[in-house]
Design a protein around this ligand. Structure first.
Ligand SMILES: [Cu+2]
Length: 102
């Protein structure tokens, strides 16, 4: 019984490790490059001059995004070159992650 239990636990650990790797790979693949133009923390909005957003099939442009968490805005400032993740939710573009690349 003890052996079966440890095999089960090993399998569960392996599965969860694989799941985190694939989430990681997914989030890396979906990062878009850009440069911060403006930050409006009260409104949770950020203006980014962005490169092509492959997962949303959007060409490069400067536009306003809503951020998922206002705390994301503490990590960056206008002028920063960044990598960010964006998803479409209810017709709105939501930035789910952002990090300075300089
Ligand atoms: Cu755009």
């Amino acid at each position: 019984m003890k052996l079966i239990k440890s095999i089960f636990i090993t399998a569960a650990l392996a599965t969860s490790a694989m799941a985190s790797i694939s989430v990681f790979a997914q989030s890396m693949a979906d990062m878009t490059v850009g440069e911060i133009r403006k930050i409006d923390k009260d409104a949770s909005k950020i203006t980014i001059k962005h490169g092509e957003i492959k997962n949303l099939e959007m060409p490069p442009m400067t536009m306003v995004f809503t951020v998922k968490e206002p705390a994301l805005l503490d990590k960056v400032k206008p002028g920063d070159k960044v990598k960010f993740a964006v998803v479409r939710e209810d017709g709105k573009m939501i930035v789910t992650d952002i990090q300075s690349t300089q």
